[in-house]
Design a binder for this molecule. Sequence first.
Ligand SMILES: [Zn+2]
Ligand SMILES: [Zn+2]
Length: 359
Amino acid sequence: MRPRPRMLAVALGVLALGLLGYTQRATVAVWLAERGLARIAANSDPLSALADGLHVGLCGAGSPFPDPERSGPCTVVIAGRDMFVVDAGGGSAAQLARMQLNPGQLKAVLLTHYHSDHIGGLGDLLLQRWIGANATRPLPVYGPAGLQQVLAGIETAYRLDAGYRTAHHGETVAPPAGFGTEPRPFDLGAAERRVLIDTPELQVVAFRVDHGPVSPAVGYRFRYKDRQVVISGDTRRSAAVQREAQGVDLLVHEALSPQLVRMMEHSFVRAQRPQLAQIMADIRNYHASPVEAAQLAAAAGVRMLVFNHIVPPLPVPGLEAKFLEGTAEEFDGPIKVGRDGDWFSLPAGGHSIERARRP
Ligand SMILES: [Zn+2]
Ligand SMILES: [Zn+2]
């Protein structure tokens, strides 16, 4: 009999605390938000917290398809203290921010080709980088032939916005000279590859891939000290990717599941939408399947394979297993189906590849 009043008191206490928490939820939420904001605001140089080496993050693991887990194509590569972004699909700048990286620290953007899904977020990214750094010089952007046309169009579209920003925030925050891009086009001509950056510590190479009728289309290889990553760009299975990926630590390769895309094609046929059905048939011939990429990874002897540009989206649990079907038989290293926020660290002077989510 004696414990009962005590139990009642405890239950009433818990209830009172719960009610207090509920009625004060806005105060608690503001307190939590202030702590989070203080941490983000104080972190203007997130690169300084990284170990010396090569770091690769997926700031967009998706494709033109809407995918809640994957923004448009974007891969961030940090080599020592230099931050590069390969492709700037829709949502890239927002995803970089979610990964607590500062676009103001971008050294350059490198574009693989000019399909809309790879450039759709470039305007936003340029704005975030400009204001984030109060930049007084435009951002270098590398790309194959066609670059100036694309950049001139984007700069024209954003020039009014740039004027508003300077008028509103002043020239210290938004210096007019820092708006826009400094095009660094490279013409492959008859060559298969071109070295873009070549210092004792960092080498960046562009190489021609096979995404016809889209031409030119390139992939990129980064070597920082003794660590290397290859990013395939959009391509069907390509001997050039295999050549460049020979023995590298990490291969980030695009992948399209022919079985799942064929399933979509049949759905559109049944729905009597023949144009969409045709697109589902057409796209299968200029992308690589997961099995083809795994075969290539094995032939090149890479240490880890990461899929990006995931087609189609994989909204139902278990579809990822279908997407990967047959890959483990071809490549016995680790394979990862990329999602926004995936993070791979390759410390210089070591052999490890540390996988994480960022943040
Ligand atoms: Zn694409
Ligand atoms: Zn493409």
